[in-house]
Design a protein. Sequence first.
Length: 181
Amino acid sequence: MAQNATIYKAEISISDMDRHYYETHKLTIAKHPSETDERLMVRIVAFALNAHEHLEMTKGLSTDDEPDIWQKSLSGELDVWVALGLPSEKVMRQSCSKASKVIVYPYGGRTADMWWDKMKNSTTRFDNLQVISFSATDTGALAKLASRAMKLQINIQDGDVMVSVDESIVYVTPAKWKSAA
């Protein structure tokens, strides 16, 4: 029998000084049985980094042809495609042909570094692709903040991210491995 997703409720107050975006989002997030707390929290930070009134969490791991997060235009076109982890070259190529802007957030320390060493030369042709990495130290600290009901304050300034829950604060420094043209 297949396991069901675990439902997480997150209220995320975002103060993005870089983009002048200040909003609170109430999200209901389905955590797939194979998804770790680390991946869940990376998904929330990726949401905050790209926050927009039309940005949405998708079914994520349970569907192969959808990203983890997307933003559609009012006419239904894919404006932003956000993927987490270490996608194959084929998945990145398909993503870049479907959306105006594709952002991949690899994480996992040395494994992510090895993936990027293998992938970076094949991604140069994708002008709409960004690759932004999170360190294993940062994502490990984020995982400790996960709970079924979260109230997060996420501040973004000069590319750095501060995530706070109650008295706990985690600082995340994303590393830009590839910028869009």
